[in-house]
Design a binder for this molecule. Structure first.
Ligand SMILES: *Cc1c(COP(=O)(O)O)cnc(C)c1O
Length: 455
C-alpha cells in the first residue's frame, strides 16, 4: 500500500474532517485574556469588534474536543493537502544515527508555509459572516502571502501591514502578495494614528510585528465591514493548525510508528501547537507515557527560555487584549535576525501554559548553528528549508547525535514548516561567513521586562 519508503501517504479521503481542540483535554486552562483598559477578564462581546463571530467562539472554546472543518475549507485544503510525512533516511545515514527521523512538510504551497491552514479557515468564516475586507500584519511575509491566497480563493479584500525592514529586505514578497490581489503597506506607516505616533517616537524605525499588529487592528476598526486576522499566537490558530498533527498521527498509524520526541520551532507557537496537539492528547489522557515535546526558539528572541510568564499586550501600540504568556515585553524589539517568523516578543497562551506546567521543554539556538543545520539538511534531504523551520532541524539533528552517542534508537519527529526561497540573503550571509549571532544580555532583556503592564 505504501510502497514509497520516503513518503508515507494519506489518501484525500483521510484529510481530517474535524480539528482537534487540545484545551478540551488540558487539566488546567490558561488564565483568561484581560481587557486592555479595564483589566477585567475578556468576554466574547469584547472580541466581536476585532474578530469575526465564529472565530471569537473558537477563541473562547475550552470544551468541544473536536470542531468540524467546514466543507468549503476542507475543499480548499484538498488543493495542497494532505501534506507528506517524510522519513529522513538520507539524513539518518549522514548522521550515522540509530534514531529514526521523520518530518511533516508544510511548504508545498505558494505561501511556502503551514500558515495557509489557518488563513483558509479565517477567511472562510469572515466571508460567511458577510464581511468584505480584512486587515493583518506580516513579518517575514509568509502569513501575508497565505492570507492573500485565501482571500483570492474566497473573494475578500485584504490590506497587509508588513514590518518595514522585511518589506525592504524581501521586495518579491510584495509582488507575490499583489499578484493575489491584496494591498501591502510597510509598517509603521502614516496611514494610522498608532503608526504616526510610533514614527514620531522612533523616526527611521524598521518596525516590528508588534507595531504592525497595532496598525492592522486600528485600520480594521475604522473600516466598515472589516475585521482583523492574526496568523499565530491565538487559540483559534492553534486549533486550525491541529490538522498538521492529525494527519501526521494518521500516517504514523499506517506504519505502526509513534514518535518519542516531537520538535517544532516556536514563533507565536501555532505550528508546534498544531503539530503536538493530538500526540499530547495521548499524554494528557494517559494512553501514552514518556513522549517528549520540544519548542525551539532563536537565542536572539528567547521568549520561553528567558522570558517572564506574565500578562502582556500582544502588540506595541497596546490596543490588543492582555494575554497570559511567556513574553520579553511588548516593547522588546528583537534584533534583525533572519528568521522573521520567530521574531515575536510573546508566545501562544496555550503553549505557555503547557510549558509552565512541565508538559513541554524549550531550547534556544543560535542563528549560525541553525543555518549550518539548514544547509546540511538541504544537501541530504533535497528541500531548502525556511530559516524558521531550520530551528527545528537543528534540534532534531542534535537529538539524533545524542542517540548516536547513547545507542538509543529513538523516533524523532519534527515539523518542517516551510521553504526558504525568499531567504537567500540569509543563506548568502551564512555561506559567505558574515552571519553574526546576537544574544541579548540580561540588561537588554530587563528593558523589555520593565515595559510589562502591572496588573
Ligand atoms: C510563521 C512561521 C513560523 C513560526 O510561527 P508559529 O506560529 O510559531 O508556527 C515557522 N515557520 C514558518 C515557515 C513560518 O512562516
Amino acid at each position: 500500500m505504501n510502497s514509497n519508503p520516503y513518503r508515507i501517504y494519506l489518501t484525500e479521503d483521510e484529510i481530517p474532517r474535524q480539528w482537534y481542540n487540545v484545551r478540551a483535554d488540558m487539566k488546567e486552562q490558561h488564565a483568561p485574556y484581560l481587557h486592555p483598559a479595564t483589566h477585567k477578564p475578556l468576554v466574547k462581546e469584547d472580541l466581536l469588534p476585532i474578530f469575526c463571530d465564529e472565530l471569537c467562539d473558537q477563541e473562547m472554546n475550552t470544551t468541544d474536543r473536536y470542531i468540524d472543518i467546514p466543507e468549503e475549507v476542507r475543499d480548499f485544503y484538498r488543493i495542497f493537502r494532505p501534506s507528506p510525512l517524510i522519513r529522513a533516511y538520507k539524513l539518518e545515514k549522514a548522521l550515522d544515527t540509530p534514531a529514526k527521523i521523520y518530518y511533516k512538510f508544510e511548504g508545498n504551497n505558494t505561501s511556502g508555509s503551514h500558515k495557509l491552514n489557518s488563513a483558509a479557515a479565517q477567511v472562510y468564516y469572515a466571508k460567511k459572516q458577510g464581511l468584505t475586507s480584512l486587515t493583518t500584519e506580516t513579518g517575514a511575509g509568509q502569513w501575508g502571502t497565505a492570507l492573500a491566497m485565501a482571500c483570492a480563493h474566497f473573494g475578500m479584500d485584504l490590506t497587509v501591514y508588513m514590518v518595514k525592514v522585511s518589506f525592504e529586505q524581501k521586495p518579491f514578497r510584495k509582488a507575490v502578495i499583489n499578484t493575489f490581489g491584496a494591498d501591502i503597506v510597510p509598517s509603521p506607516s502614516d496611514t494610522t494614528q498608532v503608526g504616526r505616533a510610533i514614527l514620531k517616537a522612533h523616526p527611521g524605525t524598521g518596525g516590528s510585528l508588534g507595531c504592525a499588529i497595532s496598525e492592522a487592528v486600528e485600520a480594521s476598526i475604522n473600516t466598515p465591514n472589516c475585521r482583523y486576522v492574526l496568523g499565530s499566537v491565538l487559540n483559534q490558530v492553534l486549533l486550525h493548525q491541529s490538522i498538521i498533527g492529525l494527519e501526521s498521527k494518521a500516517a504514523f498509524e499506517k506504519i505502526g510508528e509513534y514518535p518519542d520526541t516531537v520538535i517544532g520551532c516556536a514563533g507565536g507557537g501555532s505550528n508546534l501547537g498544531g503539530l503536538m496537539a493530538v500526540f499530547l492528547q495521548d499524554t494528557l489522557n494517559g494512553t501514552r507515557k514518556g513522549t517528549e515535546f520540544i519548542a525551539v526558539e532563536p537565542a536572539s528572541c528567547p521568549s520561553l527560555t528567558r522570558g517572564r510568564y506574565a500578562y502582556d499586550f500582544c502588540d506595541t501600540g497596546h490596543v490588543t487584549p492582555l494575554a497570559p504568556m511567556y513574553t520579553l515585553g511588548s516593547e522588546f524589539i528583537p534584533s534583525a535576525n533572519h528568521a522573521g517568523g520567530l521574531r515575536y516578543h510573546g508566545m501562544s497562551p496555550i503553549l505557555s501554559k503547557l510549558y509552565h506546567d512541565g508538559y513541554m521543554k524549550a531550547v534556544a539556538v543560535e542563528q549560525s548553528k541553525v543555518f549550518e543545520a539548514a544547509t546540511y539538511f538541504a544537501k541530504h534531504e533535497t528541500i531548502l528549508p525556511a530559516p524558521e523551520s531550520a530551528h527545528a532541524i537543528r534540534t532534531a539533528i542534535d537529538e539524533a547525535i545524542k542517540c548516536r552517542e547513547s545507542g538509543e534508537a529513538k523516533t524523532i519527529f519534527f515539523g518542517l514548516t516551510g521553504t526558504g526561497y525568499f531567504d537567500m540573503n540569509a543563506y548568502t550571509s551564512y555561506l559567505e561567513g558574515t552571519m553574526t549571532d546576537f544574544i541579548p544580555t540580561d540588561e537588554e532583556l530587563q528593558k523589555g521586562f520593565d515595559t510589562l503592564p502591572t496588573i
